[in-house]
Design a protein around this ligand. Structure first.
Ligand code: GLC
Length: 715
């Protein structure tokens, strides 16, 4: 735990002036040119020399960070080193698939691989701290930041968050943070940012206590338990109180209930935005409210540094709270080893991707892809194909980095699908055309098979990128229809950062591969899947709605008093649309086929008291490969508490395992169910978790519509 440094922290704190304490809570953004010859902005340099600068974001490079670090360490009175932070969300030099894609792998090793590579590259470049993992559970495909999330399920989001935290930091006790290939993580955005109304970024989130605690908080609790060193506050309100000054979430839950010993950083100007929220009259009040209610470091806006002295003198902020915040920041700096080794070894800088990191990114991307449709076994493409057309606006696109890619996006192109197909089929005549439907159709007519690459450019993903319509943009469906009209075989490859409404053309496409924004090795990974070098095994971490009018639409929904029925009129449904999503959470096909047996329980019932004592139940299910080729299946376990004092989702994912099976091979998959899987948080604001007596239905299968069921009775 970071508290192991508290003796050193206390000694240093005792020597700091009030101005120096306030300065440690200030993070400024680098605005200069990080290239050769770039200068440090005057404000940052002056603050560094004066010992009034806790952290800088958006500066990387061993030399550039060392130059600034030298001002703080060698010229300021106490020589407290600066913490350098950067958004290393899915890669620094080596861009991995976007986080939503990584979640689709249903394999935490994929997220861990990204974090390990990213941490080594970033630390070698003078970056100590990443603003990642983002773990905002969301039901909103209109929201651009769904691309950065792990989707609509708290359990999957928690598994991915833990893998990332460990990959960045090492052991949960923080003992690895001083290593040259580790960086501090940041669990963001605290909390419920994914609930933004209408999917419009920064928008209102009005959420019940039970939804907050059962749906949005679990990934953060898992990340904190895994040792996440920092947390970032969210831009939104939580039940009317901005997250940047929300004592219930930041102090009561995060710091008291969870005993979090790291620090909370604001989001970009988030403290200043308390005025726009209508929560603070001016910057001084915003700083006072934020610090008092649990925020520790202010990113970019400077109200705490500007008004802190007067706020202290007026008793509007307390010295105890101020010193607690500073102690939290100093703890991390000691844990990172910055007081003993504040500089980065310029001779050991990693300056770009290597063959090994590219291979890791390529494997991660292929493992993240989801086969949505494959009629008549159009896929995998026959190696004997003599002529292949690769068409569409993204066929030869060299920017598949996706949103929030690191500095690598500025220096390294991504492998295009066109180049990769040419490499994969050297004997074939590979033709290319772009976005024009007629030219695509002409290319398709002349080819044995056509690869249609459509989707979203990266700018339609990420922050401030909400879309009111989630069809393929710019009429790309017309290109698909033109190719379909030729009657020749084709496959659609989607390169996108969110679920899309694809029902308009889905019937016309023999095969559809969801490839996401797949990173630096996108083309190679797509070709690996298209030609069968990799048998796709990913699953959807988000529902794909049939229409934008259905949103919010998610698998872990409440039953309602009148659940959907295709025939009944007076039930929860639309008059003009079939019920349910186009594709459900957990769905994904393979080039082979699998079967799962009936679930078997180690016991039919268990006392809630036994669960409270830590006893558990084991569920076993057999999965077999009934096809002709080796492949992966993700066996999923869902829980449904059929009658509870707070109505429960009809399905809640509480276990998954991705298994690789050869033709004819079968395997028993085991899940353990304990109190943490069978209970829920109530609406009690002080936090009450209950496991109630009664029937629990357990479902196992290969997506969230799994029907194989068994009953567990809690007594
Ligand atoms: C942005 C994002 C946040 C990011 C921060 C620093 O506004 O909301 O996720 O880490 O600013 O770039």
């Amino acid at each position: 735990m970071l508290r192991s440094h508290d003796d050193q922290v206390k000694e240093l704190l005792g020597r700091m002036t009030a101005e120096e304490k306030l300065g440690q809570l200030q993070q400024l953004t680098w605005t200069g040119d990080t290239g050769p010859g770039g200068g440090q902005t005057a404000e940052i340099e002056a603050a560094a020399r004066a010992g009034r600068l806790g952290s800088v974001l958006n500066l990387n490079g061993a030399k550039w960070t060392n130059d600034l670090q030298r001002l703080a360490v060698e010229e300021s009175r106490l020589g407290i080193p600066i913490l350098f932070g950067l958004d290393v969300v899915h890669g620094f030099w080596t861009t991995f698939p976007i986080p939503l894609a990584q979640a689709a792998a249903f394999d935490p090793a994929v997220a861990a691989a990204d974090a390990e590579v990213s941490a080594a590259e970033a630390r070698s470049q003078g970056v100590h701290w990443t603003f990642s993992p983002m773990m905002d559970v969301t039901h909103e495909p209109r929201w651009g930041r769904i691309a950065e999330s792990s989707g609509e399920d708290p359990y999957l989001s928690a598994v991915v968050a833990v893998a990332k935290v460990r990959g960045y930091q090492g052991p949960a006790d923080g003992s690895g943070l001083a290593s040259k290939d580790r960086i501090a993580s940041c669990a963001k955005h605290f909390v419920a940012y994914g609930g933004a109304e209408g999917g419009r970024d920064y928008n209102t989130v009005d959420v019940s206590e039970q939804r907050l605690r059962n749906h949005y908080l679990p990934p953060f609790k898992a990340a904190i338990d895994a040792g996440a060193a920092t947390v970032m506050a969210a831009f939104n309100t939580v039940a009317g109180v901005p997250a940047h000054a929300n004592a219930h979430t930041m102090t009561t839950i995060l710091k008291q209930e969870w005993d979090f010993d790291g620090f909370v950083v604001s989001d970009y100007t988030g403290v200043a935005e308390l005025v726009a929220h209508g929560f603070a009259e001016d910057g001084a009040e915003a700083a006072a409210l934020a610090l008092t209610h649990g925020l520790d470091m202010e990113m970019v806006s400077t109200h705490l540094a500007d008004h802190g002295a007067e706020l202290l003198a007026a008793g509007r902020i307390g010295m105890d709270r101020l010193e607690d915040a500073v102690a939290r920041v100093l703890r991390l700096k000691f844990a990172l080893g910055l007081f003993t080794n504040p500089y980065t070894d310029e001779s050991a800088e990693i300056t770009g991707p290597t063959a090994a990191t590219r291979a890791a990114a390529r494997a991660a991307a292929a493992r993240s892809m989801v086969l949505l449709k494959n009629d008549d076994a159009v896929l995998p493409l026959a190696p004997s194909a003599t002529s292949i057309a690769v068409v569409g606006p993204f066929a030869d696109c060299a920017d598949q980095h996706g949103t929030w890619a690191g500095p690598g996006r500025l220096r390294f192109e991504t492998v295009s699908v066109l180049d990769a197909v040419r490499e994969a089929a050297p004997g074939a005549d590979v033709r290319h055309s772009g976005a024009d439907p007629a030219m695509a159709a002409a290319a398709a007519r002349a080819a044995d098979v056509t690869v249609v690459v459509v989707g979203e450019h990266s700018g339609l993903s990420g922050e401030a990128a909400a879309r009111s319509d989630i069809d393929l943009p710019d009429g790309q469906h017309r290109l698909i229809e033109a190719v379909a009209a030729t009657g020749k075989p084709f496959v659609v490859v989607l390169v996108n950062g969110r679920p899309l409404t694809i029902g308009g053309w889905l019937h016309a496409a023999p095969a559809v591969l969801e490839a996401w924004h797949a990173g630096i090795e996108a083309g190679h990974a797509i070709a690996d899947v298209l030609f069968g070098a990799v048998n796709p095994g990913g699953k959807l971490p988000v529902s794909f709605p049939r229409s934008v009018g259905q949103i919010p639409l998610y698998y872990n929904h409440e039953s309602t008093g009148r659940p959907y029925d295709p025939v009944e009129r007076y039930v929860s449904k639309y008059l003009d649309l079939p019920g349910g999503p186009q594709f459900t959470f957990g769905y994904g096909l393979s080039y082979t086929t699998f079967a799962t047996g009936e679930p078997q329980l180690s016991r039919e019932e268990i006392a809630v008291d036994a669960l409270a004592r830590g006893e558990s139940v084991e569920l076993t299910v057999t999965v077999s490969n009934t096809g002709e080729r080796i492949g992966d299946e993700v066996v999923q376990l869902y829980v449904h508490d059929v009658a509870a004092s707070v109505t429960q989702p009809v399905r809640r994912l509480r276990g998954f395992e991705r298994v690789t099976l050869g033709p004819g091979e079968e395997r028993a998959v085991r899940f353990r169910l304990g109190a943490e899987d069978l209970g829920f948080w109530t609406n009690d604001p002080s936090g009450t978790y209950v496991v109630e007596r009664g029937r629990i239905d357990l479902y196992v299968g290969t997506d969230s519509s799994a029907s194989a069921r068994c009953e567990l009775r809690l007594t």
